[in-house]
Design a protein around this ligand. Structure first.
Ligand code: FAD
Ligand code: SIN
Length: 533
């Protein structure tokens, strides 16, 4: 058993930001399941939303966030996160993040602010179209300089260790985590009174997603098994514009492209967003994604197109170098041709329910970043509010912990030896095909039955099938030696079931949850969906 003052699971913006602060309070283990830079963060394109211009105001950012959230945001939390934003932006800049600037007529510089859907002002700080990569680079460089931080790469957290799992306990609490070392196949026991989930989202639960392979919902699944409350999982955000190309299934075409005036058109070159919302291409994402879905269903087309050819080619190449180069590599010159796009699963608005400082309902367990449900996003996240929430909550969580009595003072469990992981009679997985088959089945059924437009019947069908899959996977889990693939499959099945169960409970349409059986919002249902094992 190895003891740390803090265990942080995940090395995206949330985990790294927290670890950098916690390093000043004690020893920190960062457990991350692939190479340290692999995260949704590193893929973020558009940028980070915060009020940094004199033409903008906290009130407007709050208003835009509440409007996108379709009545389900916690207004107090929204205000706190929005007003904390500028201080966290300054900190990111101090850590070395180079946000784009523009030159003013007098030769001085100011931050170059972009616009995205649902924002009434230009307020998105960005590093061209590679904002996440720049943030991840700077935070990892700062971590290198933090002597009390140990990074365990290629180590996947298997499960949380709780007092309740060790025997009867009047009040449960989190005591640490079991962690699989991919290289050796050994499971280590990490002990800490402060375990921080920063594991990101669950895009991989859907067949088509903008997310990289790490996004398998592990944090939500582990927290669920540990007995923490999980909220609002029915609200899965579909990004309207994922590149439609057989060789680039997950590549995002940033909303910032629409922020620079790009229009959505059908195969015949006709615009259609004006039929759906007065804000057209810059309506919130739920509206744009549903509009594209409706157009594709109506016309039978396999994609729609995003056209930015009205902008000078030089501007497009300079502002969106990553998108330009990636598309060019696939034979699409975005300065001259419209880009084929489709909606794809992008962001998990729900997650482990926390207070405004990242504390979950299980003592000793915290959740920050995409894995958490703080109340900021409600039924639909406003573009670029995710990176903002992650760094604000990392700061608030660490500050709140620093203000509490040291763990030893409130813990009678200091000398408790946690049991080592035992594999029993488990044997090595001999039929990988079962894992891959179940993985495909979950992703396809979620796409077909639990997508942008839902019905009760499709959800019930998905729920029944998922129960069978969960049973099959549980047999596998207990009979075979652990591998990352097996752990991720188990977590995907759990998270898929949580999404479906939450969706079945919400008998209305609100924000990202749209069902043909209950097409209107019901004011009496304007509450979070909370599930507990
Ligand atoms: P992540 O950055 O996803 O990090 C999760 C970490 O946890 C990873 O290191 C992962 O390996 C690790 N992990 C997961 N499970 C385990 C486990 N069991 N054991 C150990 N480690 C584990 N948001 C914005 O605000 N602005 C944008 O412009 C923007 N663009 C985006 C573009 C794309 C293509 C995508 C996919 C997302 C975008 N988002 C954007 C969303 C945003 O990037 C994410 O919500 C945010 O980066 C999440 O940060 P995080 O630290 O919570 O999680
Ligand atoms: C994008 O660049 O379109 C992604 C922004 C976000 O997810 O917030």
């Amino acid at each position: 058993m190895t003891r740390f003052d803090f265990i942080v699971i995940g090395s995206g913006i949330a985990g790294l930001s927290f670890a950098l602060k916690a390093a000043e309070l004690g020893s920190v283990a960062i457990v991350t399941k692939r190479a340290r830079a692999e995260s949704n963060t590193a893929w973020a394109q558009g940028g980070i939303a915060s009020v940094t211009s004199a033409e903008d105001s906290f009130e407007l950012h709050v208003k835009d966030t509440l409007e996108a959230g379709a009545g389900l945001c916690d207004e107090a939390v929204v205000r706190r996160i929005v007003t904390d934003g500028p201080a966290r932006i300054r900190e990111l800049i101090e850590f070395g993040v180079a946000f784009d600037e523009r030159e003013l007529p007098d030769g001085s510089h100011e931050l170059d602010l972009a616009r995205e859907g649902g924002h009434s002002k230009r307020r998105i700080l960005h590093a061209r179209d590679l904002t996440g990569r720049e943030i991840e680079r700077a935070l990892l460089a700062a971590i290198e300089r933090a002597p009390t931080v140990t990074v365990f790469e290629n180590h996947i957290a298997v499960d949380l260790i709780t007092l309740g799992k060790l025997g009867p306990a009047s009040t449960d609490r989190c005591l640490g985590a079991y962690v699989l070392d991919e290289a050796t196949g050994e499971v280590a026991t990490l002990r800490s009174d402060r375990v921080v989930l920063a594991t990101g989202g669950c895009g991989k639960v859907y067949l088509y997603t903008t997310n990289p392979s790490i996004a398998t919902g592990d944090g939500v699944a582990m927290a669920w098994r540990a007995g923490a409350r999980i909220a609002n999982m029915e609200f899965i955000q579909f990004h309207p514009t994922c590149l439609f190309h057989p060789q680039a299934r997950s590549f995002l075409i940033s909303e910032a492209v629409r922020g620079e005036g790009a229009r959505l058109i059908d195969g015949k070159g006709r615009t259609f967003m004006e039929k759906y919302d007065a804000r057209k291409e810059l309506a919130p994402r739920d509206i744009v994604a549903r509009a594209i879905d409706a157009e594709m269903k109506r016309t039978g087309a396999r994609c729609v197109y995003l056209d930015i050819t009205h902008q000078p080619a030089e501007f497009v190449r300079e502002r969106f170098p990553n998108i330009h180069e990636t598309c060019l590599g696939l034979g699409i010159d975005i300065t001259r041709q419209p880009i084929p796009v489709v909606p794809a699963a992008h962001y998990q608005c729900g997650g482990v329910q926390t207070d405004e400082n990242g504390a979950s309902s299980l003592r000793g367990l915290y959740a920050i970043g995409e894995v958490a449900c703080t109340g900021l996003h409600g039924a639909n996240r406003l573009a670029s509010n995710s990176l903002l929430e992650a760094c604000v909550l990392a700061h608030r969580c660490c500050a709140a912990i620093a203000g509490q009595p040291p763990p030893a003072a409130d813990s009678a469990l200091d000398d408790l030896a946690l049991p080592a992981w035992t594999s029993g009679d488990a044997v090595a997985v001999d039929e990988l095909v079962v894992i891959y088959h179940n993985w495909d089945e979950i992703r396809r059924l979620m796409w077909d039955y639990v997508g942008i437009v839902r019905t009760d019947k499709r959800l019930q069908r998905a729920a029944a099938r998922l129960r069978n899959l969960e049973r099959e996977i549980a047999e596998f889990y207990w009979g075979y030696k652990l591998t990352t693939d097996l752990l991720e499959l188990r977590n995907l099945a759990t998270v898929a079931a949580l999404i479906v169960d939450s969706a079945l409970l919400r008998k209305e349409s609100r924000g990202l949850h749209y069902t043909l059986d209950h097409p209107e919002a019901d004011p009496s249902l304007c509450l979070a969906t909370v599930l507990r094992r």
